[in-house]
Design a protein around this ligand. Sequence first.
Ligand code: C2E
Ligand code: MG
Ligand code: MG
Length: 752
Amino acid sequence: MANNFIHTFFSEVSNEIEKLNIDDIKKRDLLNKLQNYFNKLDYILHSLIDSLEEGIIVVDENLKIVNANKTFLSWLEKEKEDILKKPLTDFFNISTIEEIEKTTLNIYITHDKYIPIKAKIQKIEVNNRHFFRIITQNLEAIHKIQRKLKSILKLYRVLNLINQEVLRAQSVEEIYSFTVETLVKEGVFDFVYIADIENDKVIIRTAYGNEAYEKYLNKNAVFDVKKIKDFRNVLATKEHFENESFNENEYEKLYEYKITFPIYKDEYSVATLIKHSEIKALLVGYFKNKKDFNPHFITILRQIAHDVGYAILMLQNRENIKYLAYYDILTNLPNRRYFFEKLESTLKILHEKNQTGALILIDINKFKNINESLGFYAGDLILIKLSEILKKLIKKDDLIARVGSDEFGLFINNIKNEDELFMILKEKLNNFEFVFDVDEKEVLITLSIGAAFFPKDADSKEMLFTKAEAAVKEIKKKGKGFLSYNKKIKQISIDRIILESELLQAIENDEFEMYYQPIIDIKNKKIYSFEALIRWNSPSRGLVSPAVFIPILEDTGLINEVGGIILNKICSFLKKTNKVKVAINVSVKQLHQKKFVDDLINEIKNEKIDAKRIIVEITESVLMENINSFIYDIYKLNSEGIEIEIDDFGTGYSSLAYLKKLPVFALKIDRAFIKDLPFDREDEKITKAIISLGHTLDKKIIAEGVENYAQLNLLKNLDCDYVQGFLFAKPMPEKKAIDYLKNFNFDDILAK
Ligand code: C2E
Ligand code: MG
Ligand code: MG
C-alpha cells in the first residue's frame, strides 16, 4: 500500500532522472538523495499507519491479504507473516467483498473469540493491478472509551453536585451525609462511609449503601485499625501509589493506602482523606465490579474529599467568626452582645407568659488590684474559676454572660422576689466571697451584686441593665454583698451629680443647720445631753435628710469642710446653753483625717468650751472595722475629757475584749431593736442582753428611737439608763432646743 505507492512514485522519478542529460556522478548523487528522502517518507508513513487506532488491511483481487498495519495485527494477536497471502475470509465472517460495508463484522481471533468491527473499503490501483484497502474500527475499543467517558462524566457530575451542596450546608453532618448518599445514589459506589480517624481508631460518622453493610452503616461504630488484620490494599490507591514512593512518616498517604477494611471478598474500594486543619476523616467507597473501576475514581474522589474538607473549614471559620462575635474566649461564656440579644427575646417570652425574671450583675471588687499586683495570669484564672461557679447558678432558659472585664451577667427566670434571690445567691456564692488558689497563693475576692426585676423595676433590657448597674454601684460602696434595685438607688444614681453641685452651693450659701434632740436620763428624770443632727435647708428640695447627703459629703471629701461648719454651730449652741452636753456624730472619713481630733480639741479650747460637754458618737461598725487606726484617737479624746459613745450598737460586731478596754462611756442601742418593742420577743432579748452586757462592762446604755410609753416602760424595767426619741422630742432647731432645755419637766412631758 503506502510503500507500493511510494515505490511506484520513486521508480517514476528515478526513470525521469536517468533520462536527464547530465554527467553520471551528478546523476548518482541525485538518485541517492532521492532514495534517502523516500526512505524517510516511507518510514514516517509506516509509523503513522501503524499508530492509527483503525486497523488497516490490504487485499488483492482474490481477497488474499497483502498487507496489514500493526493495530490490526494486535487485535488478531498475530505477526504479519502469519496472515500474509491468507484469504480474508479466514478472519472475517464474509464471503464477498461487497458485504464488508453492509454488515456488522467480526474479526475472528480464534474460532470462538472475535472482535466486533466496522469497515470501509477503498479501491486502489498499483501498476495496473487492483487492490482493496479495508479500514476497520474496533467497536469494542470504542465502547470501552465511551464507557470510560460516561463514568468520568458521571464522576464529574457527582463532584459538581457535592461541591454545590457542601458549600451551602450548615453542619458537618449535613456535608457528610450528602456526600455519601450522592456517591451511592449516582451509582459511583455500592457503599460509602466517612469515618473519623482518632489514634488508630476509625469511627464511622456517616455511611450509606446496601443494607448488607449493616455493621458499617451503624453510626459511631468504632474499628481498631491495629486489630483489623489483612488490610485490603486498596485497588485504586495501590495502583496510584505504585509509582510514588513515600515513607512511613507520611501517614496521610499510608492511611489512604491501608485503611479500607475488607467487607466482602472480591470487592474493591477507594479511600481518600478529608483534610482541613489536620487529618480529619476518611472517605471510603466500595464497589463490586472491577470493570467499574476507573483510575479517575481516585482523582475525582480526592477532589471531592478536598472540597468536603474545604467546606468544613469554611463552616468552622463561619462558626469561629460567629463565636468570636458572641463569645468571650477566656471564660467561654457568651459576651455582652450575645446577652443583650438573647435578653430581648427572653423578655418578650416572659411578657407573653406573664412571668417574671431578674437581671443580676456580678462585679468582682478591686479586680484591678489583682491584675496589678499578681499579674494578668492571676486575673484570668480568677475570672475562669468564678465563671465556672456562676455557670452552676443557671438553669435551662436562664442566661449567663461575661458582660464586662470584671463583670458577669445572669438572667434568671421566675424568681419570685428579692429575698428568694438573695438567699440563692448568698448560699451559692459563698456569702459573696471566695478564696482562690493562684500559684500557691491564696487570693481573696469579694463580689458586689446588683439586681433589677422584670417587670417590676423595668420592662426593657436597657433599663434593667441601667438599674442593676446602679445597684452594683451602691453595693460597692458598702464593700461586698447584694442589693436589688429600688427607688432609693434610682434617686441616688440619677440625682447624684446634681446633688453634688448643689451641696457645694449649700456650703457656700450656709444652707446647713443643726437640729438638736434631747437624750433623757430616765433614772434621774433629767436631760443628759442633746444629739446634734445636721439638716440641709435646700432652697429647691426643702429639708433634706442627712441619710441622703452625708454619704455624698463623705464620697466627695466635703465632709471635712462641713464637719468644721457643724463644730462651729455646735460651739455657738454650747455657748448659749449651760452645762448640757452635746453629742457630735463623726463619720469614718472624718476620723481618718488625722487632723480631726486635734482640730476638735483646738476648736473647743479656742472657744473656751469645757471638753466634758462634748460627746463624740462613732458608729459601732466604723469603730470596730478601723479599731487599730482609731484606738489612739479615742484615748486622746478621752484624755481631754471628751466622752465617747458607740452609735447604732448591735449592728456591727463588737469585740468584747476591745469594748472592755476602750474608754467608751455609753452604748447606743440601734433603733432597729427598739422599734418593735415590746411586741418582738427577739428584740427584747437582744435589748436585754445589750443592757446587761454594757453594764457588766461599766458602760451606760442609751436606747434610740423611743416613740411610745410601752417602749419606755419596758426599757425602764430592763434597767436602761438613757432614752432618745420622738416620745420626748423630735430633733429641733437651736432656738427650740434651748427653749426645750429651759422648760424641761420629765413628768410633764410624759403626761402630755
Ligand atoms: P444617728 O446618729 O443614729 O441619729 C439618730 C437618727 O434617728 C436621727 O436621724 C434621728 O432623727 C432619728 N431619730 C431619733 N429619734 C427617733 C424616733 O423616735 N423615731 C425615728 N423614726 N427616728 C428617730 P437623722 O437626723 O435623719 O440622722 C440620720 C443619721 O445621719 C444619723 O444617725 C447619723 O448617722 C447621721 N448624721 C446626722 N447628723 C450628722 C452630722 O452632723 N454629722 C455626721 N457625720 N453624721 C450625721
Ligand atoms: Mg448618732
Ligand atoms: Mg444611731
